[in-house]
Ligand binder design. Structure first.
Ligand code: DGL
Length: 263
């Protein structure tokens, strides 16, 4: 047993989708979350800058004495996971491998679409992992940079979301994808618009639940589960917390208190 908290970080508040799933899958675990809202988005920056930001946030999380780190950000998981693993000194779980495994669990699926930030898609990591883990499975990947600001601005249920989803996913729909991976923390907020556009036959897979299950498996394997039924969550943001509260409510499904942290 280990009652230290699980640390989770993201470029912003999008990673709260992963926290939500963690709280469901691991209700006894304390969670410390850091969202680097002062510097979001990461997904349009260079790999070097993303790595530097990720390591700075990681160190802040390690100061909170976490027992495991969840890299909730797809962009950091795609560009800098080995560097985070090397610097952490505690187990680290990224979002990409659990998400790909979840997508490939149904072996009827032979054609998968992936959307993410420009930095994530440019690494080709989803495409490579799907090729390695799902023999013969076809992949179509697309960077969808306007979806993050649409969610950030609270327009996830607005017509602008419908228009951009159709613009970005038109070719994938036409090609007959059977599943779509939402390779970005913000995209679960657009699930309704995406599902409406793609129709019932297409499975939509996001990183939150598969990542939470991967965390559970790792904690079990390493004997690190907590036995405190009164789990707590502490949320930090690097920019003014007030600005993040509204989006946090959308992503987490409840109002939470956030504190400011310097990164
Ligand atoms: N958190 C990022 C991701 O999951 C999205 C926002 C950003 O670009 O920083 O890729």
């Amino acid at each position: 047993m280990d009652n230290r908290a699980v640390g989770v970080f993201d470029s912003g508040v999008g990673g709260l989708t992963v926290v939500k799933a963690l709280r469901e899958v691991l209700p006894y675990e304390d969670i410390v979350y850091i969202g680097d809202t002062a510097r979001v988005p990461y997904g349009t920056r260079s790999p070097e800058t993303i790595e530097q930001f990720a390591l700075e946030v990681l160190h802040k999380l390690l100061e909170k004495e976490v027992k495991l780190v969840v890299v909730a950000c797809n962009t950091v998981s795609a560009t800098s996971l080995p560097q985070v693993v090397q610097a952490a000194g505690v187990p680290v779980i990224g979002v990409i491998e659990p998400t790909v495994q979840a997508a490939l669990r149904d072996n009827q699926i032979q054609k998968i679409g992936v959307i993410g930030t420009p930095a994530t898609i440019k690494t080709g990591i989803y495409q490579r992992k799907i090729a390695q883990m799902g023999e013969g499975v076809g992949v179509m990947a697309k960077a969808t940079p306007l979806l993050v600001p649409i969610v950030e601005e609270g327009y996830h249920e607005h017509e602008v979301a419908t228009v951009m989803v159709a613009e970005y996913l038109g070719a994938m729909k036409e090609a007959g994808i059977q599943a779509l991976i939402l390779g970005c923390t913000h995209y679960p907020a657009l699930k309704t618009a995406i599902a409406a556009f793609l129709g019932d036959g297409v499975r939509i897979i996001d990183s939150a639940e598969p990542t939470a299950v991967a965390v559970k498996e790792r904690l079990e394997k390493q004997g690190l589960l907590s036995d405190t039924p009164q789990a707590t969550q502490i949320y930090f943001t690097s920019d003014s917390p007030e600005q993040s509260m509204r989006l946090a409510e959308v992503l987490l499904g409840e109002t939470v208190k956030m504190e400011k942290i310097e990164v």
